[in-house]
Design a protein around this ligand. Sequence first.
Ligand SMILES: NC(=O)C1=CN([C@@H]2O[C@H](COP(=O)(O)OP(=O)(O)OC[C@H]3O[C@@H](n4cnc5c(N)ncnc54)[C@H](OP(=O)(O)O)[C@@H]3O)[C@@H](O)[C@H]2O)C=CC1
Ligand SMILES: CC(=O)[C@@H](O)[C@H](O)COP(=O)(O)O
Ligand SMILES: [Mn+2]
Length: 381
Amino acid sequence: MKKISLLGATGSIGIQTIDILLNNPESFQLVALSSGKNIEKTREIISQLNPELVSVQDEQDAVALAKEFPQIHFTFGAKGLVEVATHPDSTVLVNAVLGSVGLESTLAAIRMSKTIAIANKETLVTAGHLVMAEAKKYNAPILPVDSEHSALFQSMNGENPKQIERLILTASGGSFRDKTREELKNVTVKDALNHPNWSMGAKITIDSATMMNKGLEVIEANVLFDMPFDRIDVLLHKESIIHSLVEYHDTSVIAQLGTPDMRVPIQYALSYPDRLPLVEGTRLDLAKIGQLNFREVDFDRFRALKLAYDAGRAGGTMLTAMNAANEAAVGLFLQEKITFLQIEEIIEQIMNNHHNILAPDLETILHVDTETRKSVESMVK
Ligand SMILES: NC(=O)C1=CN([C@@H]2O[C@H](COP(=O)(O)OP(=O)(O)OC[C@H]3O[C@@H](n4cnc5c(N)ncnc54)[C@H](OP(=O)(O)O)[C@@H]3O)[C@@H](O)[C@H]2O)C=CC1
Ligand SMILES: CC(=O)[C@@H](O)[C@H](O)COP(=O)(O)O
Ligand SMILES: [Mn+2]
């Protein structure tokens, strides 16, 4: 029985994680969870899985829930995320919170040598070097949840990492993959939220439409698999059936395939090194699909992807500045305060003005993150 702490329980990944826990009560027990402002969903999960500890975003929600569920300990805010992540009974942290707000709780769980099943890619982008150094020091396994990185991880199973030639991340191209840059000028939030293959949270769906999601994933692959950027490629594959590929020195290419269902990589990270049957999983029928398509990426068309490679190659606080600028700009786009193309314009402007600091410590990263968000806000006033 693995005991689980879950950050971001009310989100897209969080809810699918809950589904897996409910379907496998003999394998997993939820001991602690965090949510944000979705109190209705938090209540439902508490009633289903009766955790010992729950953290919400706001203090007044914690106080109200404590009256409803007197057997449960409630906490809130940033310290609440750390308390959930470091619950003494859990051995596995599933980090499915959104954004770099997940960084400090991840580091705290690593320092208790917990296994980290990480969906929260922004944490790896903004401070990958700190996360991986602490994970090594405290012997804390970091297991990918992101579908591409789970595919890469599975395609490396039993192989010698020194014999890898390159990693190939597949990209659906997102909601606007067939539009020209000219056509992107007038797209709406509603259009952007309409991902062709995956049902996900709002922020990552916009990232997918700008292709910043793939940029974050290139950096995530660099961090998780210690692979230089010139050996990480992106391949457009509109069906999202091949989740990513690893090419070896001998020219062999090993890939992981499956229907687009995030429960597969989430469950694999939880059950690793075992595999569990997936309740109500749809089996892949390649004969029915008939054809899979592939296309080279055009970096002029998908400019955010180019910016992410640039930030990755620069390293240091450039990564934090780029990630924070993206989080802030996507937030503004979702509030309809900026246009779609302004997202990448803002990121580019922030990166052009950023004074890079190499090998930053946590304090520096948090400072750059806060200041960048302020700069973005002031750019649109
Ligand atoms: N969705 C997907 O299929 C995939 C997601 N990922 C990554 O997983 C992470 C989560 O994505 P996704 O599930 O789509 O996101 P969602 O927006 O659906 O969920 C985010 C979760 O984080 C909580 N949350 C947000 N902000 C805060 C905060 N400031 N403090 C505490 N809790 C907060 C939300 O709470 P509430 O809703 O209660 O306010 C919710 O539980 C992201 O990093 C994403 O890139 C990676 C691969 C696939
Ligand atoms: C499900 C998942 O892992 C997402 O990150 C997904 O990859 C988004 O798809 P694209 O970014 O390829 O559109
Ligand atoms: Mn992904």
